[in-house]
Write a protein of this length. Sequence first.
Lengths: 721, 147
Amino acid sequence: MQNSNTSVAPRKVGRRGFIGGTAAALMVPFAITLGGRTAQAVVPGSGIVGAYVKIDSSNIVTVVLGSTEMGQGILTGLAQLVAEELNLNWDQVRAEHAPASTASPNPYGNPLFGAQLTGGSTSTRGWYAPLRMAAAIARETLIAAANKKFGGTWSLGQGGTLVNGGQTANFADVVKVAARMKPPTSATLATTTRFIGKRMNRLDIPAKVDGSAVFGIDVQVPGMKFGAVCHCPTIGGTVKTMPAGRSGVTLVNLGKAVGVIADDTWTAMQVARSITNSVIWTLPTDLDAVDSTALAANAKALTESTTVATFVAVDVGSPKIGAKQKSIDVTYELPFLAHATMEVMNCTASVTADSVEIWVPTQGQQFITGLASTLTGVPAANITVHTTFLGGGLGRKFETDYVAQAINMSKAAGVPVKLTWSREQDFGNDFYRPYAQIRVKAALNNKGKLSDLIYRNVSASINVQRGYSSSNNPEDTGALSGAVDLPYTIPSRRVEFIPLVPCDIPLGYWRSVGESYNTFAVECAIDEMATLAGADPLQFRKDMLSGPNGNTRAMGVLKAVEKLSNWSSPPGNGTARGVAFMSGFGSYIAMVAEVSKSSSGKLTIGKMFCAIDCGVAVNPGSIEAQIQGGITHGMSATLWGQMTFIKGKPQTQNFNTYPMLKLGQMPTIGIKIVNSDAAPGGVGETGVPCVAPSIANAWAKLTGNRQRSLPFYPGTRMGEM
Amino acid sequence: MPTYNLNINGQSYPVTVANGEMPLLWVLRDHLGMTGTKYGCGIEVCGACTVLVNGQPERSCDMSVQEASGRKIMTVEGLATDPQGKLAQAAWVEHQVPQCGYCQSGMLMSTVGAMKAGHRGGEIAGELGNVCVCGTYARIKDAIKTL
């Protein structure tokens, strides 16, 4: 089996010496200019200048990327862009994570927003044009270098070569000259399609079938000790007093947790478990703010309140529900959810008096150097952050709580520490997908069209909790995303947001963020209105997309999924279909679920169909994988996903009570990528939001029962259907 | 401290640990530096830690080192030199199965265990209780059809 085709720092350094990893090659740094931004980045601690493209002496081209690989195939997709511009051969292409950069502007910051973060389905969207331009500039600089070094008029060949009549040179022959040249400020993009739009094999897959891929949890550095944590069992509690360590075991006060350092992870986790009851904790005073039942009652009152201040994001046409109109007044309810990444939170830190080195599975490089500097007093220039592969991110690995803990533990112990959370700690100390109650009042006009819609989202607010918005002006684009910018024509519409406060359950970004709850409410409500109108729900949606302001891309995916699912033909006895649509993350997506009832009367999902228009489809194979994954993830949440809390205590500790879909429960999936030459849209988040509403809509069609509260089957154990 | 002799991927590894109850998972990962076998749940539910013991899939999070001692252990690092292992790895690459890849060591070990028990093609699916949060199941189904 071929070894890793993706070079990812750090290499494994085991007690038996080096295990796996690729042989170190001399990487000649090749700095190129990207638009008005500097593309030169000082690699912390190395004294060398890095950039986006490195070419080594054997003509291997390594693309250095600020985006994090967490399974979405981004290292491969972005490397394809560079391969296209440089006319490479795929077997000479490598990709690696960039170091966390502290330069300003950050050369590895996503060009959409500047920061070195991965999330919101922004990597391809942000990098598609700039990275192609960077690679095109690199190409022109290499050609100019060949002209300078050898004389004559050189041009680009294939496979990392340059040609001049019968002469051929490798990139490697001119890269040192190129590195000293002033690159042009722009270049013409390639018109070939050898890589863009092609199902290139992923660069990271060989290492992910032979055990050599290094995830954060796999990092090994010389002299390293192993760590675990014991958080207060009540969310928000802090350490008041803690027991002393014992021989071979060091305990560290981490504020909200006690860190345990030992000679192996198992011992550390055993000790962490055993001290839970001997630590004395200071508990939070408002336990109702960390209680899901109490929060639900507060939310219900807010959905009904006529006096509470609301943030109004959309207000057109003064919507009102006339007594004689056909109408609905319904409330959808969505639970807190855990991320449950397969790889638990972990981080390895090596803190000395004058340096910090960190190896971490992170989506949030931008935050880490500053955090480490604050915690240790070491200047940013002496702090190195390596990004490993992520065993799933899903939004959880934006956060830096586990990074801070590892830094503090290494600092206290004076040795490198690899901190690994137990699964129980991971479930109990997440930043949960916000709980939401969404009340929808809607009415049809006398032509049977949806004319008035009043949408009130009451949800625990990430922004309010983090102080990103003031409570008297809680403009929370995250909480309302998926409810504001609808392509449907609805003459009168109001969209309100009321933050659920106080809520002290930690909140975070969960795959598909606001759309994960708003799309459920919007698309279920539209289905309810179609039913009220006696209309076909897919045609009802299409009718709201036609007309002079019609959205052709939205219409395109609905028509594509209509055809793919054979919508116009009845699905057979005991089976029903439901549809849902979403535009978001720069893409358009529609799904159809085909469901039936099991012998015990339970929902069975037999088929899922999806049509997506995500603009230029850089790697259709990766896009299909993301949709398959989004459907799987969405189904687990729809059927079973729920975190509840009683007076601050999370009621789920492990996968046995937090079911995830298994192989035998998978439906058949059909996917159509709609041809599009629009700018690339996102796909990582995009596959999730339509899953729950398409299933709920199909179930309502089948049974007449409208499921407005998720999950369908709370309290299910893993493996039960 | 007791010493155990582990036979892993055809090689002998003496390990000295403080406690013979330590799960094989952590001995592999922390004491032997073989990190291909993953920690997922620690309660035998998710399957990320699956290894073969005498040819049968076992959750290494719940098998003590003393219990594993003297038996033939195969981990993901040994698949490349195993006939069924090689086939499974090739099918995984051919069908571009992994996304994040974290569960795939366990998924492959369960697959290879099923192959060694005589299961072929779609039958293997019935033996795969492993959890993949990325949702690579559709491609796993395609890959195992070829085995």
